[in-house]
Design a protein around this ligand. Sequence first.
Ligand SMILES: O=c1ccn([C@@H]2O[C@H](COP(=O)(O)O)[C@@H](O)[C@H]2O)c(=O)[nH]1
Length: 224
Amino acid sequence: MRSPVFIALDTPDIERAKTIASAVRNHVGGIKLGLEFFAANGPDGVKEMAALELPIFLDLKLHDIPNTVAKAVQALRPIRPAILTVHAGGGRAMMEDAKAAAPIDTKVVAVTLLTSLDGEDLHDMGVASDPHDQVVRLTELAKLSGLDGVVCSGREVKAAKTIWPDGFFVVPGVRPASGKTADQKRTVTPADAMHAGASIIVIGRPITGADEPDIAARAIEATL
Ligand SMILES: O=c1ccn([C@@H]2O[C@H](COP(=O)(O)O)[C@@H](O)[C@H]2O)c(=O)[nH]1
């Protein structure tokens, strides 16, 4: 079985992304390309990364009116990513239309509450729920919208899985026990995320920022 770890290659430098992906390829299950990579390299850059023959998770977190998101997903169809993200906050119609526009074998998953946010941030945004309740509510909405799963932190994945046993659960904000949290607020360790029910875990800087990314990836793999 492939590793459940998807490495977040957050860099505008495609050669750096390729170098890291090649170094860690035996210790990860796929590569995640997000806004930073996509803004610099576009769909052609993603296709170039796909030549490495690792599953591609395209983390664009689409969030707009339903028509705009559906058209963006249609434009991304030639890439055929294994996983594509939208924001659950875009609402049911947006999620339904995104799923309808995606290739049949692309898992469309909804970001519930960014792992960089906590209860205080929700309060500042005027949301009366705590992170747990907010994630559960948006997981229910993503399920009703016909998506394949959600993105949430390792702290809520068990509750989300309870209401969606066969959902696909993506957990970022993952840090080795001694890792720097940086801008992430709802963190868990790789092993705790997997025990709680993650389908895959996303790890970026703890691997990409290491002197030897392959050793860092292997060390994380060994904890799972
Ligand atoms: O809630 C979310 C959704 C997506 N992400 C993305 O995951 C990686 C995490 O990188 P680290 O360096 O391990 O912090 C990054 O690409 C985010 O855009 C997330 O962190 N939280």
